[in-house]
Design a protein around this ligand. Sequence first.
Ligand code: PMT
Length: 417
Amino acid sequence: IYYWFISPCNFWSIGILIHTMNNLNNKKVLLIICGGIAAYKSLEIIRLFKKNGVTIKTILTKNGAEFVTPLSITSLSQSKVYQDLFSLENEAEMDHISLSRWADLILIAPATANTISKLANGISDDLASTVALASNKKIFVAPAMNVRMWEHQSTKENIAKLKTYNYKIIGPTIGDMACGEYGEGKMLDPKEIINQLKSYFKNFKPKNKFKAIVTAGPTNEYIDPVRFITNKSSGKQGYEIAKSLSKQGFDTTLISGPTNLKIENNINLIHVETAEEMFQATLKNLPVDVAIFSAAVGDYKIKNTSKIKIKKQDKLNLELEKNVDILNYVSNHNSLRPKLVVGFAAETNNLEDYANKKLNEKNCDWIIANDVMNKKIGFNSDYNEVSIFYKNDKIDKLAYKLKSEISDEIVEKIINH
Ligand code: PMT
């Protein structure tokens, strides 16, 4: 018992335990700051978010910018502040729909009587109200206003409407107001707002109960017991897709070639090494509703793998034979075929032609193509830029962004599909 208490390893493991128990860790929150004196408290909310491991994006309304500056928000949140609905720069980087889809949750704090009224009446005349109207995520509203405004019949009716639209209203509280009056209308304390969000995520039970399978990473094709042929795949893209699926409530199995990556326990992770093992593991875990083949599977294996280490010689000829094409096999067996089959295409040239060829030849529903000549994306990068090719000749382009963001958008499209 003494050892248990003093062991540094133990403090370390308790630290990890506390961190993983934090329900806000790794969550993505879109914070909307409206124009009220309580806006200064939103800086404290951002500080607490960062302390709790939350990734934040912020929308600052025109009136909000009268109370806090974009610079102070960016400095604290370490991310860009979005202000204009019709900004060319924003739309290219992350349009208003993507912004509403990116978040796990939206928090409007402070929410003024004006913004509440707009939300209640479906008005979308600025970025904040448009994103809220376009969102399919839980929206928390932390009102802050003068007591008379809060008690006004119109505000009461608007709040009642928002509740029926499934908005979560947190606060306000009673206290002294900046205007000198006393009563109900003060925004909740930032710590209390954080606690409310924590308990939401603690009790959050995703609605979907679909099953998904993802293949990821490279395969090793053995020449002899110590040598193999492999490729540059890190597994990052596939792992991020598995995480996004799981976050959205999919019962997710990730079949991974050799990587150094870790993943949450709620994902069924199966380690494999060769293409043949990946194939067997995939078959074993069917049927599923959705299958996403992001692995860079070796197209060839060594015909006669040596059971012992091959001695050095002047010349070594290796005979290669084709590996089974996992995607092709699953897509073309009706009894196994998931409702949605998504393949990837890693191309160095003629991306569109080759992607369309794979879409048809492998009989998948979508092909997600990335240009792997571009060193900033694709293999072993944290970033990617992809085009999704559909059967009806439609193409969706997802601009350069983190693989985690690309994955969220792909999964959003899967859900919509
Ligand atoms: O792992 P990262 O470092 O994050 O990099 C991500 C990535 C570049 C590997 C990924 O985005 C990607 O493009 N994966 C597919 C790579 C590939 O090998 O593509 P392909 O064009 O050779 O294969 C086409 C499709 O058939 C793929 O879905 C592949 O998984 C599948 N395939 C291929 C061969 C085979 N024997 N079995 C298969 O299932």
